[in-house]
Design a protein around this ligand. Structure first.
Ligand SMILES: NC(=O)c1ccc[n+]([C@@H]2O[C@H](COP(=O)([O-])OP(=O)(O)OC[C@H]3O[C@@H](n4cnc5c(N)ncnc54)[C@H](O)[C@@H]3O)[C@@H](O)[C@H]2O)c1
Length: 254
């Protein structure tokens, strides 16, 4: 896909990896719609990008919000060609804690946002992409966010790992579903990136995690993720696959 002149929706685009993807896609000529719960940050990023960027306050778990997001994107830019399906939350807790079993509402919330929310967005956006005029047979590309935790979840990551494992597992069937409409579906599984999601961790903790990365021995930079997003959009033969972006790290139990 030639990105310039196309339109991208980036969920969770007000922060971290999503923000980096929004900035890069806009930088190579795409219109960008930032969809996030964080209105202040989302407006600020869209305002900074200027023409060809806008913010729509969106909760990815809400069907109404996502339909409104699509409507605004279509009214503003005509079509939607790229989805960076990135919004997500993290949560930690052992299967049994000191005070009792895992809080099931917390488990449900993580699945609701990371897995059901992601499917809600991709299904509604794909519906709109399917109406695009194909370019070299292609109508759109969807880029989902999983995590290394989908493969090597650490202690306390049962819910988060389950949510991201679901993203990995649905990648192929969704790509198969959307193949007749010329829409590709690719998932990225990042290792550990320097984003606000990681801000809760101490400098020492981040440094120690960075050293566990075989090479380069550091955390990933958000623009390295954004660079892969660009490559996935541009490479028309990538489909139905999950790509690890992690410097070769394999997470240890803790
Ligand atoms: N940072 C990492 O090391 C890392 C590693 C693996 C996977 N990931 C995944 O990458 C994605 C982005 O992570 P990040 O580190 O940039 O996180 P972040 O916390 O910096 O950004 C996430 C954004 O998602 C938004 N969001 C949360 N819930 C939402 C909802 N219901 N509707 C709309 N927006 C919502 C937040 O407001 C925030 O702006 C997540 O899916 C995360 O699980 C991150």
């Amino acid at each position: 896909m030639i990105i310039s002149g196309k339109t991208a929706i980036v969920t969770g685009g007000a922060s971290g990896l999503g923000e980096a993807a929004a900035r890069r896609l806009h930088g190579v000529g795409a219109n960008v719609v930032i969809a996030d719960l964080n209105e202040e940050r989302g407006q600020a990023v869209a305002g900074e990008l200027g023409e060809g960027a806008l913010f729509v306050k969106t909760d990815v778990t809400s069907v109404d919000d996502v339909r409104e997001l699509c409507r605004v994107a279509l009214v503003s830019f005509g079509n939607i060609h790229i989805l960076v399906n990135n919004a997500g939350i993290i949560g930690a807790g052992r299967t049994i804690g000191r005070d009792g079993p895992y809080n099931i509402e917390s488990f449900r919330r993580i699945i609701e946002v990371n897995l059901i929310g992601a499917f809600n967005v991709l299904s509604n956006v794909a519906w709109e992409m399917a109406r695009n005029e194909p370019e070299n047979g292609e109508k759109g590309v969807i880029i989902n966010l999983a995590s290394a935790a989908a493969f090597e979840g650490q202690i306390g990551q049962a819910a988060y790992s389950a949510s991201k494992g679901g993203i990995v597992s649905m990648t192929l069937p969704v790509a198969r579903d959307l193949s007749r409409d010329g829409i590709r579906v690719v998932t990225v599984a990042p290792g550990i990136f320097e984003t606000p999601m990681m801000a809760g961790m101490s400098e020492q903790g981040r440094e120690s995690l960075g050293k566990q990365v075989p090479f380069p021995p550091r955390l990933g930079a958000p623009d390295e993720f954004a660079h892969l997003v660009q490559a996935i959009a541009e490479n028309g033969y990538l489909n139905g696959e999950t790509i690890r972006l992690d410097g070769g790290i394999r997470m240890q139990p803790k």
